[in-house]
Design a protein around this ligand. Structure first.
Ligand code: NAI
Length: 341
């Protein structure tokens, strides 16, 4: 596979933002961080508008000196650049109904996640620019790393280049929020969505399953719930392993383990046959994620996620997992060790 292009501060020109009105729809996790970074990068406060419904986020924006607009069509009318930084599941309704009809034909729309663009849930005009500037960090780190003069990992792409100026705008915005300091990686809404949803629907479900099955087998073999919980995750050993993997290398970090452990892990992993899991992974990637099957399934249950109790599908799933050997044992252990944890 070819290497991805990486863009740095020197590739971007903040000048392309001059005189542009930048509207942030949302002042939450990402909105608050990105708006403050952009202002600190030199975009004047009177060129920034925070479009937010009247709530605690709007109050937060006001207290930080931003101009807040509650009337969304009014904010849409003035926007040269519009950041969509409200939760992904509410973006289609809010954008399509309250912003799209009033937006300028040459506005640049900025998303921080590929989901709604890849699944074509937002109604853009072909003359508009659609760019993705997607930090791979939670908002508080986007802000704190910027304040420390450091960068953060970020994906950047131009999804629709209606004005033929989308690319310099995407890079200037990446620079302004602090994303080109450590290098912004050229990506796409398809790549970002594929990786995100694959991790959520293939990789992590299998990891959850592996832990649950391992727990059951060792419990059956006489291991105590307390010992198992600590051995498997409560000691934070897995968290440390992943930290070392990020810092030193996915396999290289094994050198910190005992020789018995290194031999067991390296030899054991090579002996396993990956073909079944590979075809299962491909099935999920192509026939669930990329073909939109999951998106349609999720859209159908989305409204129920606001409901209380068992009528909410997420609550039902938590209850079901709680009934597993691992779930029940962990509740007992946590209740017993309450105060010590
Ligand atoms: P958030 O949950 O922090 O959003 C809160 C904001 O959305 C507030 O301003 C609130 O007033 C507004 N909001 C919520 N519901 C609304 C509704 N029904 N109508 C109008 N406004 C509403 O959102 P977050 O987490 O900052 O996500 C924004 C975007 O950034 C998403 O596309 C997400 O995928 C992406 N992203 C998020 C990351 C994170 O760390 N949370 C990391 C990278 C990307």
């Amino acid at each position: 596979m070819p290497s991805a292009k990486i863009y740095y501060d020197t590739d971007a020109d903040l000048g392309v933002l001059s005189d542009k009105i930048v509207v942030f729809l949302g002042f939450g996790n990402q909105g608050a961080a990105q708006a403050q970074n952009l202002r600190d990068s030199g975009v004047p406060n009177d060129k920034i508008v925070i479009a937010n419904r009247p709530d605690s986020y709007a109050e937060d924006a006001k207290s930080r000196g931003f101009n807040v607009e509650h009337d969304f069509p009014k904010a849409a009318k003035v926007a040269d650049i519009l950041f969509l930084l409200i939760p992904d599941q509410v973006q289609p309704r809010v954008f399509n109904e309250e912003f799209a009809p009033s937006l300028k034909p040459d506005v640049a729309i900025v998303v921080a996640s590929g989901y709604n663009v890849y699944y074509k849930l937002l109604n853009f005009k072909p003359t508009q620019d659609v760019v993705m500037v997607a930090p791979r960090m939670i908002g508080s780190s986007v802000r704190s790393l910027f304040e420390k003069g450091k960068g953060f990992p970020c994906f950047v792409s131009v999804e629709q280049d209606g004005t033929h100026k989308g690319f310099p705008i995407a890079l200037a915005l990446s620079l302004a929020i602090g994303a080109t300091k450590a290098g912004a990686i050229a990506s796409s809404a398809r790549e970002e969505t594929a990786m995100d949803l694959f991790a959520e629907q293939a990789l992590w479900p299998n990891i959850i399953l592996l832990f649950k099955e391992a727990f059951g087998v060792l419990q059956e073999a006489g291991c105590s719930d307390e010992a198992l919980c600590y051995e498997m995750w409560m000691s934070k050993e897995p968290a440390e392993i992943f930290e070392r993997a990020a810092e030193e290398g996915f396999i290289t970090q094994l050198k910190h383990h005992s020789t018995v452990s290194q031999y067991g892990q390296l030899n054991g992993a090579l002996k396993l046959d990956g073909s079944t899991i590979r075809s299962h992974f491909k099935e999920i990637l192509y026939n669930r994620v990329l073909n939109g099957k999951f998106q349609r399934e999720f859209s159908a249950i989305e409204a129920d996620l606001e409901k209380e109790g068992d009528a909410n599908p997420l609550n039902k799933l938590y209850t079901e997992h709680g009934k597993s050997e691992l779930g029940e044992a962990e509740s007992r252990v946590r209740a017993r060790l309450a105060g010590l944890l």
